[in-house]
Design a protein around this ligand. Structure first.
Ligand code: ADP
Ligand code: MG
Length: 240
């Protein structure tokens, strides 16, 4: 579903991603961890070409994402993204935040889009807030709306960039629960997070990044019990 082959990226002279090789299968949940500034967000953003790569091959759902001939808007329909700051439209009701893209981008009828929106709001446990404005919701509720908005486009892949980092601690669990459910249902997911409990419990594979490189990748049991690399051990000793 996602295939990085010898991918490099530079910001000007700064070499932010170094020889990234990463292969994500359909239905797999890959959790990316690593210190701040290690390139996690940049790597995630390359997947939907919010950032362009400077070398290598990146294929997503069979499409070469940096090929000039690729219709990037079409490719992006298959890729949902959830950010640390929920990026909801503040002047639109919850339901309208969710129906906007399906109506505008997919050409779905208003009635159909509302039905789908309610289905996903139900799924993330906040159907009762459909008519509220984002500012009337808690952070955890807003993030669940953002997830429902992503799902309403029926993507094949969901990318999460520190989805719980901006939340008060008591709201982290409700968002992780929604993500756990999605994972169980077979969604292909790449999740950047500092929630090591989630990584241990939900990931099929954990990737550790440092200074623009994938330093280590392993199944979670192996990753947490027997990290092979010194840099991984140092990181884990700081966060666990
Ligand atoms: P992480 O998500 O792991 O914290 P990022 O991918 O956000 O790391 O950033 C990796 C490095 O790239 C950091 O040193 C950051 O300062 C730098 N960086 C990020 N975005 C840009 C940009 N648009 N221009 C220049 N440098 C950037
Ligand atoms: Mg980041």
């Amino acid at each position: 579903m996602i295939d990085f082959q010898q991918v490099d990226k530079h910001y000007g002279h700064f070499h932010v991603l170094k020889d990234i090789n990463l292969h994500v299968e359909e239905g797999e949940v890959v959790v990316v961890v690593g210190p701040s500034g290690s390139g996690k967000s940049t790597m995630l953003r390359c997947i939907n070409r919010l950032e362009t790569i400077t070398r290598g091959q990146l294929t997503v759902n069979g499409v070469s994402i940096n090929d000039k001939k690729t219709d990037i808007n079409k490719a992006r329909r298959d890729i949902g993204m959830v950010f640390q700051h929920f990026n909801l439209y503040p002047h639109k009701k919850v339901i309208d935040n969710i129906t906007l893209a399906p109506v505008k981008v997919l050409g779905v009828s208003r009635a159909e889009a509302e039905k789908t929106a309610m289905y996903y709001l139900e799924k993330v446990g906040i159907a009762g807030k459909a008519q509220a404005y984002p500012s009337q919701l808690s952070g955890g509720q807003q993030q669940r709306v953002a997830i429902a908005r992503g799902l309403a486009m029926k993507p094949k892949i969901m990318l999460f960039d520190e989805p719980t980092s901006a939340l008060d601690p008591e709201m982290v669990g409700e968002v992780l629960d929604v993500m756990r459910t999605l994972a169980k249902e077979g969604m292909t997911m790449v999740v950047v997070t500092h929630e090591m409990g989630f990584a241990r419990e939900v990931a099929d594979r954990v990737i550790f990044m440092d200074q623009g490189q994938i330093v280590e990748e392993a199944a979670p049991a192996e990753f947490f019990a027997n990290p092979r690399e010194e840099r991984t051990r140092t990181f884990l000793s700081r966060v666990l």
